[in-house]
Each structure stands twice: as C-alpha cells, then as structure tokens.
Design a protein around this ligand. Sequence first.
Ligand SMILES: Cc1ncc(COP(=O)(O)O)c(C=O)c1O
Length: 397
Amino acid sequence: VTGASALARERFSIPNDVIYLDGNSLGALPKVTPERLRALMREEWRSDLIASWTKHDWIDLPMTVAARLAPMVGAKPEELLIADSTSVSLFKLLGAAVRARPNRPVILTQRGNFPTDLYVVHGLADLLGLEVRTVAANEILSAIDERVAVVTLTHVDYKSAVVHDMAAINAAARAVGAFTCWDLSHSTGALQLDLNREGCDLAVGCGYKYLNGGPGAPAFIFVAERLQDELRPPLQGWMGHADPFAFEDQFLPGGGIRRFLTGTPSILAIAALECGIATFDGIAMAQIEARSRVLSQAFVERVEARCGDRVRLASPRDPAKRASHVCFAHQGGYAVMQALIERKVIGDFRAPDLMRFGFAPLYNDETEAIRAADTLGDILDSGEWDEPRFHERGKVT
Ligand SMILES: Cc1ncc(COP(=O)(O)O)c(C=O)c1O
C-alpha cells in the first residue's frame, strides 16, 4: 500500500493544526457522533421515552452493534457483545473460565501485562483461593500445563507493541484443556484479526481506542460459539437472564452470548461506539494494518535519522513484529512529550521513560509522521523540553 493520504480523514473532526498520534488511547471524534447522539436524545429518548427500548431496539443494541464489529475481528456476529468496561468484562470471562475448570488452580498471565489485567487476575484469584502464575512473554508456552485453568494475555503489548503468536498459544492451551482469554485493546481496529481461525476461546477489547467510541466507551466481549452453553458468568445480572421481564427469583442464564450481559446497557455510549465502528465501513482491516506499518516505519526511520542515539527505539525494529504504535525511550520522556503536545503533536507517556506514538491510518498520514519526527528533533535540539513547566506531572499521562 502506498500513497500519502489518510484512508478516511473526512470521517473525523480533528483540529486542523493538530497531529494526533494518540488514537491508541482515545480515538478521534467521528463527524457523525454528535448528530447521532442529539437525534437519539431528541427523537428517541425525548419523544418515545421508555417505549424506545422496544420501538428503537435499544434492548438489542449490545448485540446489533457487536454484529457490526464481528467482521473486523473475525468473529461470528453472535459471538460478540458490547458491555461494561474492559476490566469488568475481563473479570466476567475469567470468572466464567475458572468456574468451568473447578479442579485447576492456576491462572497464567504475563509479567508486565497491562496493570488492570493483572489487578483483575489477582483480585479473582484472591477471592477464589487460586494461584496466579506470572511469567515472561517468552516463557508462556512452556508455562502452560494441566494445572492451568485459563491463560490471559494482552495480544499487543501496550508499551512495546510486540504481538503475541495467538494461534500457537491457543493451540498449546487447547492441548491441555485450558482456556485462553485475550485482551484485544491494542489490536482491535489496528490489526487484521481472525479470532476463530486462530482458535481463540474468549476475548475482551476496548471501545475508546482505535474504535473511536469516545471517552469511556463500553468494551466488547467475545465468547466462541462452541463455549457459550458451557460457560456461566460470575456476575449474574437480570439482563443476562433467559427472560429478564419474567422477574423470576432464580437466575436462568440466557441463550448464547446474551448471558454475558449484566445490567442495563448504556444506550448513549453504545450509540457513540456504533458511530466509531462505522468509521471503518468499506475499509479492509488488511489495508489498515498495512498502512499503519508504513506510517510507523516512516516515523521510526525519520526519528532515528533526526535524533540519533538521543532516543532509543523500545518497540521491535521489524515492522511485521509490532502493531500500530511505537515507543521511544528518553530519560526526560515525560517532559519531552509535554513539549511535543505544546507544539500540537499529541502522543502519550508511559512510565518510566517511554514516549508512545500511535498511528491510526483512518486519519493519520505520512506527512504527519514525518512532521512529528522533525518536531521531536527540534525539541531535543533546542533543549526546550527541560523547562520546569514541562516536568509538572498531570493526573493523566
Ligand atoms: C491492554 C489494556 N487493557 C485494558 C485497558 C483499560 O480497560 P478499561 O476499559 O477497563 O479502562 C487498557 C487501557 O489503556 C489497556 O491498554
């Protein structure tokens, strides 16, 4: 794939003078989102009030919006659900997995996994008296044994962008009767995924990064069809009941993916997420993945040419081995990033020393990648990043 232009910049509302390289943390605003939310409030909530649950199919929105996501991740529409946050969804799936493997005491995960994943794993293990086995990335395969109930990993490392070999890990887990549960937060909307072909059991992912669903957008849950009747989520709520409006005292799990719902879906938030997912309409994930590598590679080469050994690439040099973001390490990384942001090149900082730059081919282009690298070079040349104001830490980095 060649050519300098973004694949669908016109679908977004981004300030003209900003180079936004943080779609991996909070995707940009789709142009249609404000109008869709206004219409939903005016024409549905205001006019039809509670009848909207049926009249406008609000009740099925977690499934219908998930169905639009299905082709982007290689899942069947009935294997996905929009619900909760990534953290809560992970708790629900891991809880369901360990419940289905009562004689297996171990949850296997990776050192340096995204913190919320580690916290959820430890919280669940403490609650149920299970053991957490935490190993380095290259020790995962050898750590999978018959004591493991579930292996949970983030597919794309949130710092380095290293991509796990999903198929190999799924196969190793399957061979000993363990489940896999993937966190796809940095993969969805960035890489071409094929969850069924790769043999995934369970997965969760984030709605507000590459999917452009807006701040705090709901997450998604994937449960392979072959497992849906076997698994029971630990957070049993009325929306997951087979017949919520029968108001029965006993929980009877709903059929298929529906049983993984818990409470009332957040309709405004799911509608915004649907607008975000629609920004991918008509564009193949293979094309997005290829473009993202072109962009990140252009950036890496220009940064290295311009900045030399003042920064260190903290992502794989081989573009095929990384996803859609790259990290560069610099001792003053936080302050350098603040100086970049002041010059309207927006990335983020991950402690202790990483400057992270995400490339969203729907709205980023090569000119931006080059200009961002040059701005980084200018800031290092001038030393302006070392001014005290750039060292003041914000609540969000
Ligand atoms: C890998 C990964 N998992 C989970 C989350 C966040 O989960 P939540 O939707 O619960 O905030 C993030 C946020 O950056 C993440 O990078």
